[in-house]
Ligand binder design. Structure first.
Ligand SMILES: CC(C)(COP(=O)(O)OP(=O)(O)OC[C@H]1O[C@@H](n2cnc3c(N)ncnc32)[C@H](O)[C@@H]1OP(=O)(O)O)[C@@H](O)C(=O)NCCC(=O)NCCS
Length: 313
């Protein structure tokens, strides 16, 4: 017997219960996102077999007319149907064609939240495999795996070991200049890709204006790490995001790495946020950025979650 498989976007909010028939971390807020314009019905696609959802895909935007991220990609993990990945890939291909005009690059896929040790959990590992395979079958690829770290107020504030003192940022150009000296030799995949697309100086400006200044907390929280001879060697950006306190950025200038300055900067950023009343501070880094990951671990941060970012070039 052949079954009827249909790929289509939902018609509107009235079909959200159908879209949410598959479980997912964002189901609870999709109604609000649709209402506020962060999601659109045209960006929320279903694969229906005999009228029943067997796969779905959805995009989210900060508020523009173009999606910023594909945050939903689900196949029915409870179903042992070997066609599952094939169905997911066919759905995603149809949706990508409809949502992204020919010649444009689709928004990246972010698979989260994942537990920190997701590879050791067979069920989660299987869910991850199903989704990454679907993306790969449409021409997407792994971009980076990120580790999410968390410090909680019961943990002692990390200790200093590099002998730095700290001061506030003097002005825009000083901060941009420091960012430009931190970027060379970075192990961060997003920074590497941004620099490859433009230049160190251009990306330092974009990072400063569009990313770091966009946090609602003041620049007065940022700290420059200074050696006893007065040389500035690093920057930490403790911040408050809509989701809580974060270490938004931390870096040591190229040529001054390997002396433990990272520990002082992280200690200072954490101390400053704790003094602001933070009971929890989160920070992310790439799986491949071992110096940063090790620094979080030395400082008592816990790898509580992970995420996978995939892209279409
Ligand atoms: C991650 C970072 C802050 C680490 O700072 P650090 O003060 O050099 O760290 P450590 O002193 O603990 O260095 C530990 C080891 O890693 C090595 N290392 C540090 N950064 C490195 C890099 N980018 N590439 C290769 N090796 C690096 C050090 O040389 C040292 O090696 P050693 O133990 O053999 O001497 C620094 O690499 C950096 O600023 N990177 C660019 C910005 C960045 O990635 N920030 C994190 C964003 S989430």
């Amino acid at each position: 017997m052949t079954s009827d498989l249909v790929f289509r976007p939902i018609t509107g909010p009235e079909e959200l219960p159908l879209f949410n028939a598959l479980p997912g971390p964002y189901n609870d807020r999709l109604a609000e996102d649709l209402h506020d314009g962060h999601c659109k019905a045209d960006w929320m696609w279903l694969a229906l077999r005999d009228g029943r959802p067997v796969a779905r895909v959805g995009w989210w935007s900060r508020g523009g007319d173009r999606p910023d991220v594909m945050e939903t990609l689900d196949v029915d993990d409870t179903d042992d149907d070997p066609r599952r990945t094939d169905t997911g890939a066919r759905l995603l291909r149809a949706a990508l064609t409809a949502v992204f005009p020919t010649g444009t690059v689709p928004a990246p896929y972010v698979l989260q939240p994942l537990p920190g040790d997701w590879r050791n959990d067979t069920a989660v590992e299987r869910r991850v495999r199903h989704r990454t395979e679907v993306v790969e079958r449409t021409g997407g690829r792994m971009f980076v795996e990120r580790l999410r770290y968390r410090w909680t107020s019961g943990t002692p504030v990390p200790s200093y070991r590099g002998g730095l003192t700290f001061r506030e940022v003097g002005g825009d150009e000083e901060a941009i200049g420091l960012l430009a000296r931190i970027l060379p030799g970075t192990l961060d995949a997003y920074s590497l890709a941004d620099v490859a697309r433009s230049s160190v100086d251009y990306h330092a400006r974009v990072q400063y204006h569009d990313e770091l200044l966009s946090y609602p907390s003041p620049r007065a929280w940022w700290r420059i790490g200074v050696r006893p001879d007065g040389e500035p060697v690093g920057l930490v950006v403790p911040a408050r995001s809509p989701n809580g306190f974060v270490i938004a950025y931390l870096g040591v200038v190229d040529g001054r790495r390997g002396r433990g300055f990272v520990d002082d900067l992280l200690a200072e950023g954490t101390r400053l946020l704790a003094a602001q009343g933070a009971e929890r501070v989160t920070a992310d880094t790439d799986l491949g950025n071992r110096p940063m990951a090790r620094a979080f671990e030395r400082a008592g941060y816990d790898n509580f979650a992970g995420r996978i970012d995939m892209c279409w070039d």
